[in-house]
Design a protein around this ligand. Structure first.
Ligand SMILES: *[C@@H]1O[C@H](CO)[C@@H](O)[C@H](O)[C@H]1NC(C)=O
Ligand SMILES: *[C@@H]1O[C@H](CO)[C@@H](O)[C@H](O)[C@H]1NC(C)=O
Length: 554
């Protein structure tokens, strides 16, 4: 049974090599290429695979993801992947193998700084944490990141090159414009204004500065950002195939899609002109656009002979924004991006590629998994010697929380190693979910942005749901308890019927709150201060008006 032997970890690499000699099909035994696609704000029912399970035929026409549907059907659906409810904390967890509460719980601009705080004083992933690319690089991987970064860049120690990526092409903040590459309002540019945000390796991508008329639609000489990223990803695969396919490749592709601003290419949007509601139409068009890009990249992997030894992972960083401007649909999950209801934190996710053992293809993994678990999983399949993070330990930072899911996902063991998922708000843990599906949630949450199957644009299904502002702290009077396996929509609070479960999960939540890493940052410059701030001066003087690291250059 060669297929079942593939999950072997680093300790058994030698054995794997021996097995490979016996297995005609054992090309997948050693160090897979790992290609990870992290979509931005991709809602639950905006994946055809989920949509078909629950929605009516009209909605099914809105969601066109044939490539990802087919990949999942021949791969492994990760049915219980939990993420943070907004971007940067999820991405921070992915890169560092920490639960978000142990690395970073907020999205902030990069010009906050307090030099008197020795640990960091700046926003983003602490410089002293070892990233997944550094780990895989130590095991011989070639590494590249394409697309959104959003892990902090005030210090050059926070930049992709300092995190183990040989190559990088993308933007540093939380979002930018698809045509002008100007950072969006939410992330705020270094001078308090939208500034250019696109980097190539160690410098601003000055050769990609769009001319001033770019910004409304596709025109000659203007480049749609996700097209640039796709081109970079394809180039990375081709270059790698040309150079040395024996060396394993770790490639992370973090597209702009489906984050606002929703700017589908006109021809794409026209395909969905039967949808009246503008944000829904644009969202559907961008999701389908991304599906096509993924299809072309998978074709390149196949054509260049890498697919059979590739582990492809596709996920979203958080749930879809489903209120009027967002356009996403998380049905039947409650709530949306920014909240700890399932619609905010349960992610679309699957694995595919030739490295998935044959016996597991077409399976659904129901076991609990947190986004931090990819770190140990990739280290396991990639032959990384240790998960220990000495740099972080020396700085007094929390160790890696990540659990290797590969023995479970590959079918070597029956149960997920994870028995508790911890979900936080912007300050500390707010919910825990156990392996029986019980979810204890405390403090303020919301049903804002809840979609129904017949009303694709969101509404408030039941206002002030589970709204107990004053009960964020133990003993959490008024906490809600759901069983999200039996009741994925979190419609019935069963707290009164299960005092024993409440008691058990209260303890878990209390512990998680106690061991949260309390980060401290400098103040955010006011709009007026921003104009003369060091971040602004460095951006103008050193980076030609682009966003970039500034602390060491000011
Ligand atoms: C190709 O990569 C493998 C694994 O990293 C390495 O052992 C080998 O020396 C490389 N070959 C060439 C020609 O660079
Ligand atoms: C959703 O769309 C329907 C139909 O277009 C409209 O009647 C309704 O007001 C919208 N609801 C919200 C919350 O925007």
């Amino acid at each position: 049974m060669c297929g079942l032997q593939q999950p072997l970890g680093r300790r058994l690499l030698l054995l794997t090599v021996l097995l490979a000699q016996h297995c005609a099909d054992a090309t997948t035994s050693i160090q897979p290429h790992i290609v990870t696609i992290i979509l931005d704000d991709w809602g639950w029912a905006n994946w055809g695979y989920h949509d078909r399970l629950v929605n009516n035929q009209q909605l099914q026409k809105e969601v066109q993801t044939p490539v990802m549907d087919a990949l999942a059907q021949h791969g492994i659906v990760l049915d219980r992947l939990y993420v943070h409810n907004v971007c940067s904390p999820s991405r921070s967890a992915f890169v560092t193998g920490r639960n978000p509460r142990h690395v970073n719980l907020i999205n902030r601009p990069s010009d906050m700084y307090d030099p008197s705080l020795p640990l960091d004083g700046i926003w983003g992933v602490p410089a002293q944490m070892t990233g997944i690319a550094e780990k895989l690089k130590s095991a011989g991987y070639a590494t590249q990141h394409v697309g959104k970064w959003h892990l902090g860049y005030a210090s050059h120690h926070q930049m992709p090159s300092a995190r183990g990526y040989d190559r990088f092409f993308g933007y540093l903040g939380g979002g930018n414009d698809h045509w002008t590459y100007k950072i969006n309002k939410l992330s705020k540019g270094s001078c308090g204004r939208p500034s250019l945000d696109l980097w190539h390796n160690g410098a601003p991508a000055t050769d990609k500065v769009p001319h001033h008329t770019c910004g409304v639609a596709s025109q000659d000489g203007c480049w749609y950002e996700d097209a640039l990223f796709e081109q970079q990803v394809t180039g990375a695969i081709n270059d790698h195939a040309d150079l040395n396919t024996t060396q394993p490749l770790f490639l992370t592709w973090a597209p702009h899609a489906v984050h606002v601003p929703l700017q589908p290419i006109a021809a794409q949007e026209a395909k969905f002109d039967f949808i009246d509601f503008p944000s829904r139409r644009k969202y559907a068009a961008v999701v389908n656009d991304m599906d096509r890009r993924i299809g072309r990249v998978v074709s390149t992997l196949k054509r260049r002979g890498l697919w059979d030894t590739t582990l492809l992972v596709v996920m979203s960083d958080n749930g879809g924004p489903s209120l009027v401007d967002g356009g996403a649909n998380n049905y039947p999950l409650r709530g949306e991006k920014g909240f700890n209801s399932e619609g905010g934190v349960r992610s679309n996710a699957f694995m595919a590629g030739g490295f998935v053992p044959e016996a597991q293809r077409g399976s659904v993994a129901n076991g609990l998994m947190g986004i931090e678990d990819f770190y140990a999983t990739f280290c396991g399949v990639g032959g990384v010697v240790t998960l220990r993070d000495a740099k972080a330990a020396a700085a007094g930072l929390p160790p890696v929380d990540s659990l290797n899911m590969w023995p479970y996902l590959s079918g070597a063991v029956e149960m997920s190693p994870r028995d508790l998922v911890v979900v936080s708000d912007g300050h500390q843990p707010q919910a825990v979910i156990d392996r029986l599906g019980y979810k204890l949630i405390v403090g303020e949450t919301s049903s804002k942005g809840t979609t129904t199957s017949t009303l694709p644009n969101a509404s408030y299904v039941s206002p002030s749901f589970c709204f107990q502002r004053h009960d964020k702290h133990p003993p959490y009077a008024g906490a809600c308890l759901f069983n999200v396996f039996a009741d994925p929509s979190e419609s019935t609070n069963i707290a009164d019927a299960h005092p024993d479960v409440i008691q058990r999960l209260t303890k878990s939540l209390e512990e998680a709150q106690r061991d949260t890493l309390r980060r401290r940052y400098g103040p955010e410059p006011t709009a007026h201060q921003a104009l003369t701030s060091p971040a602004c001066r460095v951006s103008k003087r050193k980076w030609g008006g682009f966003e970039g690291p500034w602390i060491e250059f000011s």
